[in-house]
Design a protein around this ligand. Structure first.
Ligand SMILES: Nc1nc2c(c(=O)[nH]1)N[C@H]1C(S)=C(S)[C@@H](COP(=O)(O)O)O[C@H]1N2
Ligand SMILES: [Mo]
Length: 455
């Protein structure tokens, strides 16, 4: 590569704007910028308070003034000294400068004896994979680190030969690895009534996406001699104290998509995500992804278990309940700029976000910066996979005036993500689960971004 490109007449040239700070979180490091000190302090205060990392535009990184940039001119210790040896505890950790990127508990949820939900920091993540240590958590009765040598998986009910598998036996079978999202049915729940929480971490952070590795459940059922003419449903049961049992229709299982998974992002599942074994039910709400999976029972009728007959139902405007609404419909959200972030200057921004559908692939995402009057189609980052998160990006030049940013996804079935008005016309306002409405972020003249709802 020629140096010419970066240098002209002995002075550093400004790099193309869009390369400087593509997601806008890096400027919190920019200690050298005197004029920004108040902002930096605010940024760290915001981080401590559980808010999102701020955003700045490329224009806030100008060419250094006379005298040059001390960060370039003064050789730092890491250039002159000897660095550290290999990581001695054998398992790497994120940089100390990334401590504000954390799972967080919602200020909008009441605490009981212990926290039972943590949200993934969507505003700080790139691409489509959620790092395992930042995967959201939902525990109905706490999490456990179960000894895999003692864990068993029973397959019983309408099968010829009921079987019990050890972990070794499960892991000997032919395995597959696939990328899928998991979204709690209650994701975005607090937004049903009104605007309740400040950041995308809290509005949408009960979704994560991983590469899962395991055995298609249908293989285990075949080994046990399932009669596919009689069997219509399975019951999946967890080994924790929550008595978590869920009915899964055979149609999802015979397609080979449902996995008995032990792997997550290249390593074993994390304890909080179901180690050593969990069910992966692509496209279906998180509650059906039974963790600490210990039993699969084959039957011919739904079980109407407690988490199907009391919880996880949708209260409709006419007072009836929708039951077995398992599928997560097409949805999307802009993750930057999003609530709690700050745009420092007008100018170029890369608007980015995530889209997904429980019915298959995302076909298209449109983005509006004027509250839904005009839409432009965003670029979808490949790969675009079925029942997986899809990253979208679109260029935007902010003129410094108030703007309302929204994204609207469409999946391969043609289904289009609804507005709040459209969603409430069908579902009312008293639901908890399955809120897939279009999210609005208001960029104020000050640059501060706020969660708003348009009626
Ligand atoms: N055994 C068991 N499985 C469970 C749960 C649980 O509490 N116990 N919670 C369910 C719910 S409601 C969700 S949203 C997902 C959350 O998975 P995660 O904690 O890995 O994000 O697990 C589901 N499976
Ligand atoms: Mo959930």
């Amino acid at each position: 590569m020629s140096h010419e490109h970066h240098q002209s007449s002995g002075r550093l040239r400004k790099a193309p704007e869009s390369f400087l700070d593509p997601v806008g979180v890096r400027s919190v490091w920019a200690e050298a910028k005197e004029g920004r000190r108040h902002f930096i302090r605010n940024a760290f205060a915001a981080a401590a308070a559980g808010l999102a990392a701020p955003v700045v535009s490329a224009q806030s990184n100008p060419v250094p003034a006379e005298g040059g940039d001390p960060n370039i001119l003064n050789l730092p210790a890491h250039t002159t000294g000897l660095g550290q040896g290999v990581v001695t505890d054998g398992y790497g950790k994120p940089s100390q400068y990334e401590v504000n990127v954390q799972r967080r508990q919602s200020p909008g949820l009441t605490q009981t004896t212990q926290a039972s939900v943590s949200f993934a920091p969507l505003q700080s993540l790139f691409g489509i994979v959620t790092p395992s240590g930042l995967h959201f958590e939902r525990h109905h009765q706490g999490w456990w680190d179960i000894d895999p040598s003692k864990h068993r998986l029973m397959v019983n009910g309408m099968v010829k030969t009921p079987m019990v598998f050890t972990m070794d036996e499960v892991m000997r079978l032919p395995a597959v690895s696939r990328f899928y999202f998991i979204e709690c049915g209650a994701n975005t729940a607090v937004e049903w009534g009104n605007v309740a929480v400040p950041t995308v971490q809290y509005t949408h952070g009960m979704i994560s996406c991983s590469e899962f590795t395991g055995v298609p459940l249908i293989r285990l059922l075949e080994l046990a001699g399932i009669d596919l003419k009689k069997a219509k449903f399975v019951l999946a049961e967890g080994a924790d104290g929550s008595s978590m049992t869920r009915t899964i229709p055979m149609s999802l299982i015979t397609s080979g998509e449902v996995l008995v998974a032990y792997g997550q992002n290249g390593e074993m599942l994390r304890p909080e995500n179901g180690y050593p074994l969990r069910l992966v039910v692509p496209g279906v709400q998180g509650v059906s992804w039974v963790k600490y999976l210990r039993r699969i029972e084959v039957g011919d009728m739904p079980w109407a278990a407690k988490d199907e007959a009391i919880h996880y139902m949708d209260l409709m405007p006419d007072g009836t309940h929708r039951q077995y609404t398992n599928l997560q419909e097409c949805k999307s959200v802009v993750t930057t700029p999003s609530g709690g972030q700050v745009l420092l200057d007008k100018g170029f921004y890369n608007i980015t976000g995530l889209a997904w559908s429980g019915r298959g692939k995302v076909k298209r995402v449109d983005v509006s910066v004027d509250g839904g009057r005009n839409w432009r189609t965003a670029r979808l980052q490949t790969p675009v996979l079925s029942k997986c998160l899809t990253r979208f990006n679109i260029d935007w030049v902010w003129d410094g005036k108030p703007a309302i940013i929204q994204s609207r996804a469409q999946d391969e079935t043609g289904y289009v993500q609804p507005t709040y008005r459209q969603l409430r016309a069908v579902r009312g306002t008293r639901s908890i689960y399955h809120n897939n409405a279009i999210q609005s972020w208001l960029v104020q003249e000050s640059g501060e971004v706020k969660n708003v709802q348009l009626s």
